[in-house]
Write a protein that binds this ligand. Structure first.
Ligand SMILES: Nc1nc2c(ncn2[C@@H]2O[C@H](COP(=O)(O)OP(=O)(O)OP(=O)(O)O)[C@@H](O)[C@H]2O)c(=O)[nH]1
Length: 309
């Protein structure tokens, strides 16, 4: 056994915060950098409600990523808390990565966010996301426009879905990190509890294909996780984890939407969520889902607390 530390002398580690307006590609980029699904992606804006930390491990460095919800004007208590969460997550980070989608013009929302982030006195890297959606000329023009927006330490074009330039971005982020030993175990990818990751996966499955207002009205809590033995003679002898979870909605009509005709939607939610959860836990999962109506939970501080906000 050697008593040499298990990381090189020039190891860097620190915190990076990914910001960007709704739908800018923050969660997808987080997952691509980690190389595994840890954050929730959705094609509906503002679905990321939790500030999820993910951990990017490289041979010579470790980036602790903080994924922020999109900034928006507060409308409900939940909205105000969201904005507080964004500001909190910006405090104490070593570098901010600002996502600006290549296929959309820079707008007032981006400038608002940039102003906010610029007050934090940390280096800002611009990640021009979704580059696979535009041609070379448009991308070049967009990159120039972004460079002129602010004194970014770097502007990195990246496509998280096809994995282009993701490693380059990680290197540029690491360049801004202090010399430091690893801050988390080097095989960790997230400091979120299993319960949180599971409830996010259920929430994502439940929101699939739904419209407008429901994302803000749905919260998921994991009530209980129980180990079970497979039945004798069951051809699948993997260990079983039974997960009891509640889906909280605000109205009876929303309950109906989630459950669907003949409970068909609920069945699909179970199936889709299980697909994400089983590889995460390395176990066979049985999901018991209960849909509950909690009127105005977004405005009830007690209920918000119980739901983890
Ligand atoms: N073509 C393409 N689509 C992308 C890329 N990155 C993200 N998307 C898509 O853009 C949409 C939004 O991506 P997200 O990662 O959920 O965006 P976000 O910024 O986390 O969104 P909020 O949670 O609303 O703040 C999803 O439909 C993604 O699949 C990319 O590199 N290329």
């Amino acid at each position: 056994m050697s008593d040499q530390p298990a990381w090189p002398d020039d190891f860097r580690a620190g915190f990076a915060c990914i910001v960007g307006r709704p739908n800018a590609g923050k969660s997808t980029l987080t997952n691509a950098m980690v190389g595994q699904k840890v954050a929730i992606t959705s094609d509906r804006p503002e679905t990321t409600r939790r500030v999820i930390r993910a951990i990017v491990n490289r041979d010579h460095g470790q980036i602790i990523l903080v994924d922020t919800p999109g900034l928006h004007r507060p409308r409900t208590l939940l909205g105000e808390r969201l904005n507080d969460m964004v500001r909190d997550s910006l405090a104490g980070v070593d570098v901010v990565v600002m996502c600006l989608p290549a296929d959309e013009a820079i707008g007032p929302g981006d400038r608002f966010l940039l102003d906010l982030v610029s007050q934090m006195n940390v280096p800002i890297i611009a990640a021009v996301t979704k580059t696979d959606r535009v041609g070379r000329d448009d991308l070049a023009a967009h990159l120039v426009e972004v460079s002129e927006m602010a004194p970014f330490v770097d502007v990195v074009p990246v496509s998280a879905t096809i994995g282009e330039q993701v490693d380059v971005l990680a290197e540029v982020v690491l360049d801004q990190m202090p010399d430091s030993p690893p801050l988390y175990p080097r095989d960790a990818i997230s400091d979120e509890s299993e319960e949180t990751l599971i409830s996010e996966l259920i929430r994502e499955a439940a929101l699939e294909g739904l419209h407008a207002e429901l994302p803000h009205s749905l919260a998921v809590t994991v009530e209980e996780m129980l180990d079970e033995q497979p039945a004798k003679g069951d051809p699948d002898q993997r260990p079983i984890l039974r997960v009891h979870a509640s889906l909280h909605v605000e109205r009876d009509s929303q309950k109906g939407i989630i459950i669907g005709k003949g409970a068909a939607r609920l069945k699909r939610i179970k199936r889709d969520a299980r697909k994400g959860i089983e590889p995460l836990l390395g176990a066979r999962v049985i999901l018991d889902l209960h849909v509950r109506v909690a009127k105005d939970w977004q405005r009830d501080p007690k209920l918000l607390g119980r739901l983890g906000f």
